[in-house]
Design a protein around this ligand. Structure first.
Ligand code: GPU
Length: 826
């Protein structure tokens, strides 16, 4: 094996016949079935169990090594981890993919069919959750001591069905038939308090003591998901907490004959980890969500402290050397007052010492500037659920306000802006402010975004603590997002630059010298063609129609949000349709527009946009006048495993958010890595992608951040564009007819309304013409086969910067100060 993969030293050696024997053993002894009866699902489970033998050995060795070396570790706190499927990834990372493939083959089973049996582990909404998954992959690959902490949601992100064009949400049940990867750790159960009141006591030395008398106690049960690094040496874990009632029965009620009533408390406790909130970049202010956040933070902190005390007893002096906690957005910000509570109320450290520890342990990543996504909790809600934490937050704020007064004496306006507490009708606690104040480092996720965080979101914090606010540009794991999802391209790359690019993505630059080479161009585009055929088959199976694989595959995949502007793409599609109807000879290369997007269930306009895309698609796909040149495919239930099929097949990557709104984007990186050319705005990481590939290899259009601000300041009037541009007028008016929704005129009118009467917040109409022109450039470029092949190759070649290994290296060197801890055999 090591001869085939020279640069990856592996810790696992198991051959085909041993793998076969292990699979059969698990089929018999774990699943109680046999080769003749087993269906693909059983084969999947047996294969996972065979892998899990290797995985558990890896976890044991890793944990022992970390313990013996008493390592400093990063603790990645995130309410979301969007892991997707694990079997193929674990096989790849252990270097056992071919072994498993051959072993199953000999058993008369197809590995690719077996892989399709695995439900996605969708414990996240979108980019933020997938970033967490890429980061823990990189951490394990780079042999860094790390643990992910999150929530063991029983139901992950909803499954999307499309009925009559509209999104319907169905519950996701990733563990309905058991999950072979997770390991329950009852020995590490924690208890978490909620509600109740705070008692103030006076100690002997006059010291004020606070005691929280909770009203409820719930149990947190840890489930460990293995995180296998590439090479199979380090296997870290993702520890997810499941909530349970602390006493299975309330015996008093039970004995009084209230058996059924006693269950109510159980149900309430178990509700905490029941379901993932499906909102992306909006805050609901729901009590249950705050409880979820506190629940997993409190469990995780107890877990960290238990581990620390095992090595260091009650000596807190080394805590900051051993522990760093990264807060993935503000969702886990409540961990800051929780650690203060533990240190001050429980460990009885004085406030300043406790605060000194806290502010050396936490670091915070901001993922958005959208005001509706910046978390704020009503002080009254905090007081009810976490009364002691609210007191601690007030104390943190009180001391912070004194610091502000030193810097800006008597300036009440600056105090109001910087205060953790927002005064108003209802007092609110600003979790972003708490996070900045309680952390030693704060980062945005792309250069532009981080600059805007400093300039617009937290300008005074930047002045107060120069250097605290910084940038770490996001990244993606090339193991999942190229090697595993695009085996044909991976093999072609191996031949040109060697096989170690998954660990050193800059090696892809070695492809650049072949970008103009006709033979290589042909090979590269042949791989693309193959991948397009696979996606075409998926479209046929899922939607029932054929698409021409010679057409441009133009892909927009991401959560549905107005700022991401799927409706800009839609208006352009309608315009192309109209141009083709008006002029059947309208000169364009055939194109298939392919979408994947879930809308938050309560986000009306987002759902309307999905409906409109599907209705327009129906009409176009069935209109023989145009459907040789134009097709639209909305693939339902967009998720990680579907992304893995769409991304390798994309020619064009749509990254068309309003400048300043997309913090980074990571789909942009995945698509470019797989040889798609971006059409995009100067937003988020698009800017850095453009820097890498060069202006000739990307289609940039539209307003810049400065131009957006100027236009808004000068009073943006969307009606001007409507009256000035007849195409805009025609397509917007078209939405109001019943052309796309026979018998239901006006069914698509809300989109027009939002763009005209509600002010077009995201400047869709202002950018329309530039977008439409850029699309003509795309069309022209694609028709020049050599030019396009060269562009596509350069995109792949220049994505080295965007490996999540580089992001993690940035965090490690500039923020976490961690050392790798190699795990060896034995
Ligand atoms: N992001 Br806040 C989410 O996916 N969900 C959220 O609730 C928030 C941010 C995304 C950003 O929109 C995207 O630009 C970024 O690439 C990603 O987080 C990871 O940083």
């Amino acid at each position: 094996m090591s001869a085939k993969k020279p640069n990856v030293e592996r810790n696992v050696t198991i051959n085909k016949s041993e793998f076969k024997a292990a699979v059969v053993k698990h089929l018999h002894c774990t699943l109680g079935t046999d080769e003749n009866k087993a269906n693909n699902h059983a084969w999947w489970k047996a294969t996972c169990s065979a892998m899990q033998e290797q995985v558990l050995e890896g976890i044991r060795k890793t944990q022992k090594t970390h313990y013996l070396n008493d390592t400093r570790a990063v603790h990645y706190f995130s309410a979301e981890f969007l892991m997707g499927r694990l079997l193929s990834n674990n096989l790849q990372n252990f270097g056992l993919f071919e072994v498993a493939n051959d072993a199953l083959n000999e058993l008369g089973v197809s590995l690719s069919d077996v892989l399709e049996e695995e439900p996605d582990m969708a414990l996240g909404n979108g980019g933020l959750g997938r970033l967490a998954a890429c980061f823990i992959d990189s951490l394990a690959t780079m042999e860094l001591p790390a643990i992910g902490y999150g929530i063991h949601y029983e139901h992950g992100l909803f499954r999307q069905e499309i009925q009559g064009g509209a999104q319907i949400e169905r519950p996701d049940s990733w563990r309905d038939y058991g999950n072979p990867w997770e390991i329950c750790r009852p020995e590490s159960i924690q208890e978490v308090s909620l509600y109740g009141y705070v008692e103030t006591k006076y100690g002997e030395n006059g010291r004020i003591q606070k005691e929280w008398h909770p009203g409820h106690i719930v149990k947190g049960i840890p489930w460990d998901i293995p995180v296998v690094g590439y090479g199979g040496k380090t296997v870290n874990v993702l520890r997810l907490w499941q909530s349970k009632s602390s006493g299975y029965f309330n015996w008093d009620v039970f004995n009084a004959g209230g058996y059924v009533d006693a269950q109510v408390e159980n149900v309430q406790a178990e509700t905490i980890s029941k379901v993932l909130y499906p909102n992306d970049e909006t805050e609901a202010g729901k009590e249950l969500r705050l409880i979820q956040q506190y629940f997993f933070c409190a469990c995780s902190l107890k877990d960290i402290i238990r581990r620390y005390k095992r090595a260091h007893g009650d000596d807190w002096s080394r805590f900051i050397d051993q522990v760093v906690i990264q807060l993935n957005d503000t969702h886990p910000a409540i961990a800051i007052p929780e650690l203060m509570r533990i240190l001050v109320d429980r460990a009885e450290l004085d406030w300043d010492r406790a605060w000194g520890i806290c502010t050396k342990v936490f670091a915070y990543t901001n993922h958005t500037l959208l005001p509706e996504a910046l978390e704020k909790w009503p002080a009254r809600m905090l007081e009810k659920i976490l009364p002691r934490h609210l007191e601690i937050i007030y104390e943190i704020n009180h001391r912070f306000m004194k610091e502000v007064d030193k810097k800006w004496p008597g300036d009440n306006a600056v105090k109001a802006r910087l205060s953790i507490i927002e005064e108003g009708n209802e007092k609110m606690v600003r979790m972003g402010h708490l996070s900045v104040i309680g952390s030693f480092a704060v980062n945005g996720v792309a250069e532009l975004h981080s600059r805007l965080v400093k300039q617009n979101l937290f300008p005074e914090f930047d002045a107060l603590w120069p250097g605290k606010l910084t940038n770490v540009t996001n990244g993606i794991t090339p193991r999942r997002w190229l090697k595993a999802c695009n085996p044909a391209l991976s093999k072609l790359i191996d031949k040109k630059v060697g096989a170690d690019w998954p660990l050193d993505l800059k090696k892809l630059e070695g492809l650049e010298k072949y970008a103009g080479n006709k033979t290589f161009q042909k090979q590269f585009m042949q791989v693309k063609q193959q991948n397009k055929q696979l996606l075409a088959a998926e479209i046929k199976e899922s939607l029932g129609f054929d698409v021409d694989t010679n057409a441009i595959f133009d892909v927009q995949i991401k959560r549905l949000h107005e700022y991401k502007r799927q409706h800009l793409a839609l208006l352009h599609i309608m315009a192309l349709y109209r141009r083709l109807l008006e002029n059947p000879d309208y000169d364009m290369h055939p194109r298939v527009f392919i979408f994947g997007a879930k809308a938050a269930p309560g986000y009306k306009l987002a759902k309307d946009i999905i409906y409109a895309i599907n209705k327009v698609a129906d009409k176009i796909n069935n209109d023989a006048r145009v459907n040789q040149k134009l097709k639209v495919a909305f693939l339902p239930n967009y998720r990680v495993s579907l992304a893995e099929k769409m991304i390798p097949a994309a020619d064009v990557s749509e990254q068309i958010s309003t400048a300043g709104k997309e913090a980074s984007g990571t789909g942009n990186m995945k698509l470019a890595l797989n040889g798609a050319v971006t059409i995009g705005t100067l937003d988020g990481a698009n800017i850095e992608i453009a820097e890498e590939v060069g202006d000739d290899n990307i289609f940039i259009f539209g307003l810049t951040v400065d131009e957006v601000n100027e236009l808004k300041a000068s009073g943006y009037k969307p009606y001007d564009y409507y009256y000035k541009n007849p195409e805009i007028k025609a397509v917007l008016d078209w939405l109001e007819t019943d052309y796309f929704t026979p018998g239901k005129p006006g069914a698509l009118a809300s989109i027009k309304q939002s763009l005209l009467d509600h002010g077009d917040q995201y400047l869709v109409l202002a950018d329309y013409e530039a977008y439409s022109k850029a699309q003509e450039e795309v069309d022209k470029a694609y028709r020049d086969k050599e030019r396009w092949a060269k562009m596509a190759i350069i995109n792949t070649a220049k994505m080295g910067k965007f490996t999540s290994d580089r992001s993690i290296r940035d965090y490690v060197e500039r923020i976490w100060k961690l050392n790798a801890c190699p795990v060896r055999k034995g």
